[in-house]
Design a protein. Structure first.
Length: 115
């Protein structure tokens, strides 16, 4: 069964690590008929986050950021914060993600991609 999936025409211009969120969200909707916007949003933005995330989106975003296989300098504090304050932990994760992307000169791509 082949499903039509409407994705941005310029998707391949973005950093490859950012593709799987939007693609996964579209595939979940088209192939598995998931229509719940919280679930689709959580899939789409689990690596980038966005303004006004729902509770489900925050949980999935943070879970992806702090999953046990991750080992980078700030992940330990993010894990600690996640046990105390979800919003603070998300803010910390986003702030550090932005700093990392700026250091890699891919911040513009992220901002444009999330709009």
């Amino acid at each position: 069964m082949e499903a039509e999936v409407d994705l941005p025409k310029d998707l391949l211009h973005y950093h490859p690590e950012l593709w799987h969120g939007p693609v996964g969200s579209k595939m979940a909707n088209k192939l598995f008929l998931i229509q719940d916007q919280d679930i689709l949003g959580a899939i789409r933005y689990h690596t980038t986050g966005h303004q006004l995330m729902s509770l489900v989106e925050k949980i999935v975003f943070l879970a992806d950021y702090i999953e046990p296989g991750r080992n980078f300098p700030v992940v330990h504090l993010a894990r600690e914060l996640s046990e105390k304050d979800l919003d603070q932990a998300c803010h910390y994760a986003l702030e550090n993600s932005i700093q990392f992307l700026i250091s890699k000169n891919i911040m513009f791509i992220l901002i444009h991609f999330c709009l």
